[in-house]
Design a protein around this ligand. Structure first.
Ligand code: BES
Ligand code: ZN
Length: 638
């Protein structure tokens, strides 16, 4: 493994050097724009893309699209700049369910193209014969079920008056609305002009330096630009009846009018978070940091779309107890957006590094107690998942291989917390000061570039370990990245983090009573810890008592409400069904929705009919990300 890592490092460095030389000669009209290198080593190849970036690659995307709310599609043109070797006359893009009307060069001369066979989830290669042209224009529209896009009816919004559009690109969904090379290792700058019917406002994951223009027929066009090369999964769009409130000099929040004050109050610390993140790991390089709080059907907690983090409204608890989510998405501005996993087998580079960084932001802003608690909570969850999968199962390795390396392979969540745990362990061994200097320099050395596990380890060895054999042995780097389970040197969270809660949980297990005054003073993490530590089997009487004493059904904290509903359904507690139904009818966040349906389905004759009945009513309101998972749980014959 060691030799492999070194070889990869040499290969990669050579490739990068070659690419940089290329860049110098390929000056675009924008003097400052960067063309990012492609890593051409084997471990950086992306099996979920048809593109052959070493031969011909997209460097810039220019979109001119109309949002059509009646027909639920986007239509218009994508103009692509291609960087290709001399003599290369074709370029391959990734598309899924797009209707292509024409492909031309920049002058409008038709180019021939062919659509290859579609593969499940991956879509089709679109092979374009461009000759010696290096600009192509594709006229197209998205299909009726474009997986990235969710078209909401007014009833699914807080205001209830206007339709809404939101997108989710990661990991491989953007090919359902943008014809480009949809691979995280192929960075592209982009521009967009998007028209939408009044009074809707459009936002994207790029800066908007121009007022919207009236384009007739009751429509306005909005302009956006991302002048830094980004992975294509980071192109995102939302449109609706939304308004903006500034939070600080470079940050603000978009959301529906009735949500604005609540959202802004929950996000008051954003500017401080950016400052804290910069103090930790260097300058924020993207200009603005805005967020949009979406309708509750958004399938994730958050998505780190550059300059415009997308957030679920379910993080709003009223007391800012769930803003670790914001720290997380902000941290991706370094880990993920600046330095990006070259393919999905190294998702941990994005998610694990970000989870570590998130915790450091929380510590800086809110202190060690909250940070240690959140760490301990996540660590316990990770240990449980590792135990469920078996500590010899490869799905628990950081670098995923084979089937586990699918774009969704990281969904078990292990890569998040094991990745964070890895970096906490390295930090503890080398010391915080040294570690922070190295991590900041890693982001800096690889800014606007893809990265692999091998590259990460090579960099760590070169710039942190520096040949210290004793240190190398202590760190167990290869075990952390390539082996399943948790290495023996893992730094365990401070057991004191939850001393009081764990004692109360133990007490409850034997006496079935809990001091509600304790609960009242606990933090959100402490309450979640308690709910996770309660006995798995509880009687209806005990559940009623808990709900009554702790106010669980009425909790404004969705993490707590979810944990409660899951516990109640696990115990076939009928009085919780109406609240579960209400929750599932409004919230589309997969992390909540999928486990609740799974729990119901596990309750045989009691829960299966309930799950099927509820899902028949709620499915239409979920994003494809959520239905993709829940269909398998509820609709598949079992
Ligand atoms: N980038 C992820 C969301 C994602 C991961 C989308 C994989 C598609 C494939 C985002 O940053 C994330 O991790 N969100 C978490 C929140 C976080 C606090 C753990 C979520 O949505 O729950
Ligand atoms: Zn993340």
């Amino acid at each position: 493994m060691r030799l492999f890592a070194i070889l990869t490092m040499i290969l990669t460095t050579a490739t990068l050097a070659a690419c940089s030389a290329d860049n110098a000669s390929e000056k675009s009209d924008n003097e400052t724009s960067i063309i990012s290198p492609i890593i051409s080593s084997e471990d950086a190849k992306d099996p979920y893309s048809y593109a052959q970036p070493e031969i011909a690659r997209v460097t810039h995307v220019d979109l001119d699209l109309a949002l059509n709310f009646e027909s639920k599609n986007v239509s218009g043109t994508a103009s692509l700049d291609i960087l290709a070797n001399d003599g290369v006359d074709t370029v391959i893009l990734d598309i899924l369910d797009l209707e292509i009307f024409s492909v031309t060069d920049a002058d409008g001369t038709a180019l021939s193209y062919a659509l290859g066979k579609a593969e499940e989830g991956k879509g089709s290669p679109l092979e374009i014969v461009m000759g010696d042209k290096r600009q192509i224009v594709i006229t197209y529209k998205s299909g009726p079920n474009a997986k990235a896009l969710q078209w909401l009816v007014p009833e699914q919004t807080a205001g209830g008056q206007h339709p809404y559009l939101l997108s989710q690109g990661q990991p491989t969904l953007n090919r359902t609305w943008i014809p480009t090379q949809d691979s995280p290792g192929i960075r592209q700058t982009w521009k967009a002009k998007i028209s939408a019917p009044e009074p809707l406002t459009v936002v994207m994951s790029g800066l908007s330096n121009q007022e919207p223009e009236d384009v007739g027929e009751g429509r306005r066009a909005f302009h956006f630009e991302m002048d830094k090369p980004v992975a294509p999964y980071l192109i995102a769009i939302a449109a609706g009846d939304i308004v903006f409130k500034a939070l600080g000099p470079r940050s603000g929040v978009w959301t529906e009018p009735v949500m604005l004050d609540k959202a802004a109050a929950e996000l008051v610390d954003t500017e401080k978070m950016i400052d804290a993140a910069e103090e930790l790991y260097g300058p924020y390089r993207w200009g603005r940091y805005d967020m949009i709080v979406l309708p509750p059907s958004f399938p994730y907690g958050g998505m780190e779309n550059p300059v415009m983090t997308f957030l679920t409204p379910t993080f709003i608890a009223g007391d800012r107890s769930l803003t670790g989510l914001v720290a997380h998405e902000l941290a991706h501005s370094w880990s993920g957006n600046l330095v990006t996993n070259a393919n999905w087998s190294d998702s941990w580079l994005n998610e694990g590094t970000t989870s570590y960084f998130e915790n450091r932001i929380i510590e800086k802003l809110y202190g060690e107690k909250r940070a240690n608690q959140e760490r301990a909570l996540n660590f316990a969850g990770m240990e449980e998942t590792i135990a469920e999968n078996g500590s010899d199962s490869n799905i628990t390795a950081l670098h995923l291989t084979g089937e586990n390396a699918s774009p969704e392979g990281g969904v078990s969540g292990v890569i998040y917390d094991k990745g964070a745990s890895f970096l906490h362990t390295v930090e503890a061994i080398v010391g915080r000061e040294k570690f922070d200097i190295w991590l900041e320099s890693w982001f800096d050395r690889h800014a606007f570039q893809p990265a692999t596990s091998a590259l990460f380890l090579a960099d760590m060895r070169k710039n942190l370990v520096k040949g210290d054999a004793k240190l190398e042995a202590k760190l167990m780097l290869d075990a952390w990245i390539y082996q399943p389970g948790l290495p023996s040197n893992a730094l365990r969270p401070d057991p004191a983090a939850f001393a009081e809660v764990d004692a109360a949980a133990k007490d409850y297990a034997s006496r079935r009573s809990l001091d509600k005054n304790l609960w009242r003073n606990w933090t959100s993490a402490e309450r979640l810890r308690l709910l996770n530590k309660l006995p798995e089997k509880l009687s209806a009487k005990e559940l009623a008592q808990l709900d009554n004493d702790l106010g669980l059904t009425n909790s404004t904290n969705n993490e707590i409400l979810f944990a409660w509903l899951n516990l109640a359904l696990q115990n076939r507690y009928a009085p919780a069904v109406p609240s579960a139904e209400k929750f599932l009818a409004t919230v589309g966040r997969r992390k909540f929705v999928a486990p609740l349906f799974e729990t119901l389905m596990e309750q045989d004759n009691w829960g299966t009919p309930i799950a099927k009945r509820i899902y028949a009513q709620t499915r239409g309101g979920y994003h494809s990300v959520t239905t993709g998972t829940v269909d398998e749980l509820v609709l598949a014959d079992r």
